[in-house]
Write a protein that binds this ligand. Structure first.
Ligand code: ZN
Length: 91
């Protein structure tokens, strides 16, 4: 049986565009209500996706899209970690 290689597509909560999973940052709310940036793609829990772009993070924060997707408030340290992840990846 031939397996079709499909790239999973996810929607960025900042710009609403569909992208390949690898182009996005996954943010996960674990079952014990901790928010983590999932760099391995293996954490379980409710997830939200964001492009590796500062504009998308800003848009998501301004519109509370991440809060809505994760159903809880985003801790400051998670926001700081996201900013660091995005700026560190952009060059
Ligand atoms: Zn985006």
């Amino acid at each position: 049986m031939a397996r079709v290689r499909k790239v999973p597509q996810r929607i960025c909560v900042g710009c609403g565009q569909t992208r390949g999973k690898k182009e996005l940052i996954r943010i996960v709310r674990s079952p014990d209500y901790e928010i983590k940036i999932d760099t391995t793609g293996k954490l379980s829990g409710r997830g939200a996706y964001l492009c590796r772009r500062m504009e998308c993070l800003s848009a998501a924060l301004a519109g509370k899209q991440l809060e809505r997707a994760l159903r809880m408030e985003l801790p400051q340290e998670v926001i700081a970690a996201l900013k660091k992840t995005i700026s560190g990846d952009s060059f």
